[in-house]
Design a protein around this ligand. Structure first.
Ligand code: PNW
Length: 456
């Protein structure tokens, strides 16, 4: 880690932290909450690495007041959290359950009392199970249902939320949930995946319209981006050849453009039929792309790592193979630590979309390490401090290159339930003992608090 003092940021830059409902709330059956696809998935055998579920996680549903106090002491200006659709509409449609809305009402008020701006994600992957039973995102009706749900939440919280994110990482939900089957709903729709892409985007557009009608905050989406790096046999760019570079272009379109070109350019990237394997005209109806490309106030950028890409092996039907990058330190997930990839992502988006690009926020960035409290109860997570320091400098480098970024949210406030990895991957600034629910701020929490205080 460099000894250079951290560079300045604009005084109104939003420093924040992010979480998601299913990963922290617990209280899975309480106050009328219906089942989501993640309840179903995590209760199936062999889906989750450590056999755990999201039934309790951080018990944030009951402990939110203490968690808000932790954020207030941290000094964040923004808290990005998600609303659990199955708490609002247990069946995914129909009248809202007032108890579910009341929870988010209390949370939003507690944040505002502490001077923290609420930034709400409407869909962080916990689709109501009854909608999945009707086809989930393969069914065009799910987009309409999402628009109705967005309207309910916008009406209830619309006077107090600073920023609305419709979807979290629709690409990851598509790729891990609907192609690889590693996330809920555990599907491998290899023959006809494209409807899941398009209906999520249509849902985004319909939700955007509902938010505009009923709420005062800005509208955003939180996309995952990963620079596609062509690499050769040794896992470095040095040995890449032309075929590897062509594969990287194809992967870039798949990961970075599939969900962003329609939003910001009103059309799918060229070669979509090859990527998605279908005739898009069957799925994309007249007027859809106008709904999808409605103006955004912010583009949320979730960044973790670049992706190593090679020319596909002969038996691979896809136009790329993915491979580990060598030569970088890795987190406990095995993800390479490449801060320059964040600058590259931000500059790439600015170059690609030009005037069509709204201001960006980093809506997630962070890392997992095997953090344990020491004998003195201190969690000395110096790897995380180095990671965050380097990535925040990478954001500053993008600002210096003329790119507009207005906020940065660490993933995550708390150690939480990391999807298919269960409790084994700790991303928090605050350590959580999942037996006792004891919260212990890590060294990175104090480091981030100091950083925020210096820029205020
Ligand atoms: C994001 N990948 O998920 C999610 O938005 C968070 O809920 C999650 O906890 C966080 O990142 C850390 O994983 C991702 O395979 C899951 O590249 C997988 C990938 C990226 C992001």
């Amino acid at each position: 880690m460099t000894d250079e003092p951290l560079p300045d940021f604009p005084p109104d830059f939003r420093w924040g932290v992010s979480t998601a409902a299913y990963q922290i709330e617990g209280a899975a059956g309480e106050d009328g909450r219906g089942p989501s696809i993640w309840d179903t998935f995590s209760h199936q055998p062999d889906r989750i690495g450590d056999g755990s579920t999201g039934d309790v996680t951080c018990d944030h549903y009951h402990r939110y007041a203490g968690d808000v106090a932790l954020m207030a002491d941290l000094g964040v200006r923004t808290y990005r959290f998600s609303v659990a659709w199955p708490r609002i509409q247990p069946a995914g449609q129909g009248a809202p359950d007032p108890r579910g809305l009341a929870f988010y009402d209390r949370l939003v008020d507690a944040l505002l009392e502490r001077g923290i701006e609420p930034a709400v994600t409407l869909f962080h992957w916990d689709l109501p199970q009854p909608l999945q039973d009707a086809g989930g995102w393969t069914n065009r009706d799910t987009a309409a249902r999402f628009g109705e749900y967005a309207e309910i939440v916008a009406r209830a919280l619309g006077d107090r939320v600073a920023l609305w994110m419709t979807l979290n990482e629709p690409f990851i939900h598509f790729a891990l949930g609907h192609l690889l089957g590693l996330h809920a709903p555990g599907r491998q729709l290899l023959d006809d995946p494209f409807p899941v892409v398009h209906h999520q985007l249509l849902g985004h557009g319909l939700a955007t319209a509902a938010i505009r009608r009923h709420a005062s905050g800005g509208v955003a989406i939180a996309n995952n981006y990963s620079p596609a790096w062509a690499v050769g046999p040794d896992g470095t760019p040095d040995t890449a050849d032309g075929a590897d570079r062509a594969a990287a272009v194809a992967y870039d379109a798949f990961h970075n453009r599939l969900f962003t070109d329609p939003l910001l350019r009103g059309r799918y990237p060229d070669g979509i039929d090859q990527l998605a394997g279908v005739d898009p005209d069957r799925v994309v109806l007249d007027g859809d792309l106008d709904i999808i490309s409605a103006r955004l106030d912010v583009l949320g950028v979730n960044y973790y790592q670049p992706t190593g890409v090679r020319a596909p092996a002969p038996d691979n039907p896809l136009p790329f193979d993915l491979t580990a990058l060598s030569g970088y330190p890795t987190t406990a997930f095995g993800w390479p630590v490449v801060p320059a990839g964040l600058t590259q992502t931000l500059v790439m988006l600015a170059d690609r979309y030009g005037d069509a690009l709204p201001p960006m926020w980093i809506t997630e960035n962070g890392c997992c390490y095997d953090d344990k409290p020491g004998p003195d109860a201190v969690v000395a997570d110096h790897d995380r401090i180095a990671y965050l320091d380097a990535h925040i400098r990478a954001v500053r480098a993008a600002l210096d290159a003329g790119v507009r970024v207005d906020g940065y949210c660490v993933w995550s406030l708390l150690d939480n339930w990391e999807w298919a990895e269960g409790f084994t991957k700790r991303f928090g600034l605050v350590h959580v003992d999942f037996d006792t629910q004891r919260r212990t701020p890590k060294a990175s929490y104090a480091w981030y608090r100091d950083l925020i205080a210096r820029t205020r």
